[in-house]
Design a protein around this ligand. Sequence first.
Ligand code: ATP
Ligand code: MG
Length: 251
Amino acid sequence: MLRFEGVSFRYPEDTQGMMEDLSFEVADGELVAIIGASGCGKSTIFRLINGLEKPDQGKILVDQKSIETIKNYSAFMPQKDLLFPWRSIEKNVCLPMELAKVPARDQEKKATQVLEQVGLADYAQKFPKDLSGGMKQRVAFARTLLSGADMLLLDEPFSALDYLTRVEMQEWLLRQWEHYHKTILFITHDVEEAIFLAKYIYIIQDSRPFTEMERIQVPLDYPRKREDLKRAEIVELKESLIGKLRRSVSL
Ligand SMILES: Nc1ncnc2c1ncn2[C@@H]1O[C@H](COP(=O)(O)OP(=O)(O)OP(=O)(O)O)[C@@H](O)[C@H]1O
Ligand SMILES: [Mg+2]
């Protein structure tokens, strides 16, 4: 579904390149996590995928087509929730449909459906200030879904939440993924979160520019349970990932 072919990129202000000759692939319907030290370029990968930045070299393909020739292939959920405080929850959720000029009646119907699906049907007429952090993230996720794109780019969606809420949201996200069959790329700082959610974990080394991402398969089937995290091989995997991240930080 998604393919980077020899992508190089440097921010104009930077003397060093961010990535060079980077190639990787994500298959249709997969849930993958991207981890790496702060500032290593995780969000930049998303900016390249959704076309906010253009590669200096190389190609980004979705379903074998250059992203320059296609539209609405990905939906981005940013690092912090970006609900508009002056819009009701329903109106926040409708925003991508408004931009796509979907007729008002259809907007309302779809918003009601998706708010039901994320467990917030009773909150349609409330405002962001009336919701907890986890609820706001669910609204932002609902809005991302309604863009209609098959690939969701989630940039540390749960990092601002308290531990228990985050754990609940992880389980919730897996259920949504199983329900909607979307391809999900998920950035996180949290190794355990990456293991619990992802089929593959991509690690960005903290060298500049980076030229590859190591890909590690998580040896767990879906549906997953939190108890799985206690298995010996998973505990070992977690320690090994933390070790890799630390090494990359100290370089
Ligand atoms: N628009 C920009 N212009 C110039 N430099 C930028 C821009 N956006 C990010 N950078 C720089 O590029 C580097 C990588 O940024 P990026 O946001 O991709 O990192 P990240 O891995 O997502 O970090 P974090 O974990 O802190 O979110 C950082 O050093 C940052 O300062
Ligand atoms: Mg980031």
